[in-house]
Design a protein around this ligand. Sequence first.
Ligand SMILES: C=CC1=C(C)c2cc3[nH]c(cc4nc(cc5[nH]c(cc1n2)c(C)c5CCC(=O)O)C(CCC(=O)O)=C4C)c(C)c3C=C
Ligand SMILES: [Fe+2]
Length: 412
Amino acid sequence: MSTENLDISRRKLLGTVGAAGATGLALGAAGGAAAYAAGSQPAGTALASVGSTAVPFRGTHQAGILQPLQARGHLVAFDLAPGAGRKEAVALMRRWSAVAERLMAGEPAGPGDTGVALDAGPSSLTVTFGFGASFFDRTGLVARRPAELDPLPAFSSDRLDAGRSNGDLWVQIGADDALVAFHALRAVQKEAGAAARVRWQMNGFNRSPGATARPMTARNLMGQVDGSRNPKPSEPDFQKRIFVAAGGDQPWMTGGSYAVVRRIRMLLDDWEKLPPERQERVIGRRKSDGAPLTGGGETSELDLDRTGPDGKPVVPADAHARISAPEQNGGAAMLRRPFSFHDGIGADGTPDAGLLFIAWQADPRRGFVPVQRKLDRGDALSPFIRHEASGLFAVPGGPGAGEYVGQRLLEA
Ligand SMILES: C=CC1=C(C)c2cc3[nH]c(cc4nc(cc5[nH]c(cc1n2)c(C)c5CCC(=O)O)C(CCC(=O)O)=C4C)c(C)c3C=C
Ligand SMILES: [Fe+2]
């Protein structure tokens, strides 16, 4: 089948999803799998719920920050190619924005589409773009580099690999289907053309939608319920904490956010040797349901002052949930939106697995940095994790009609 035919088949299958571009579009009754088996794609074929969800590309904020965790993720950092500057960066951001908008609507990437996502709907695909501190040197835009992008301080427990850290440009891809996510990754890489080269790339995953009887907070590879105390959009200070407000020093970042990315390896062989009660004391929450050790359910407040019969705090002084709590850090908060990773088993039998920790905030100097400083000094979790790579990226607000991502930075 020619590429053109592949493209046409996918459009037929998707019907009007691309044009509608709204979330949660379901296209009717079942039948996609049968059509696939028969090798044909009748017009109007239905997509199952997971495939049919499309996330809008345009809006106040870029997609990929507020959406629920997706089942698959790819993180990729690029450096501008030698000799490439602002002009090439403008053309690249135009190309990347155009392809991201098409793919998020469930349309083919363009002429020469690989066909990898054929038969699937948009599957909650999000493609999010950010700029690293070095981008501003490369493009002659140093005057527009936000102070929030100042390098993160070194932490005593850092074991960072420079080759897998930072980068001029960062792209976060998430989708609820592995092929849709891979398809987007390849399209983004191809559109980079001669303008930018991959610096590092990481793959992650989360639980698939529908795997639990009801929507639940995610679990990480240590088996903990992780994300319970994330700030909620319904909270009055949510916008202020996570997104850059209008009227700041760098107007192009209005509606944007700063992403701190850390590849955190989990020393699972050591962790799994701990009895569950010890594991619970490391975090300060129950493993079964994420509830605080001081009682209640997952959403109950931790009672940090409560002591047990032995006179010691029920939530230990070095428990991760105590040390990272906003109340212990002058209100510092961030939206954690991670992917787990597993990159195989080493020659010594240990899994190269852990958390692609992604924290979103309006200012990392008032979010990630103070919390990580405190964790670095005495978190009971520290002996079981290792920070191996790090990045900090300015993620501008979402594009308005007719705009590409980053236009307000590159063309102001
Ligand atoms: C500097 C920021 C943080 C890093 C790095 C970090 C790593 C990390 N965390 C877990 C597991 C859990 N973290 C939990 C809570 C939590 N963690 C941070 C920050 C960092 N974590 C914050 C701000 C919070 C919320 C605290 C609060 O608001 O009270 C929890 C408890 C459940 C929850 O609230 O999400 C778990 C479990 C791992 C495994 C990890 C590194 C691999
Ligand atoms: Fe944490």
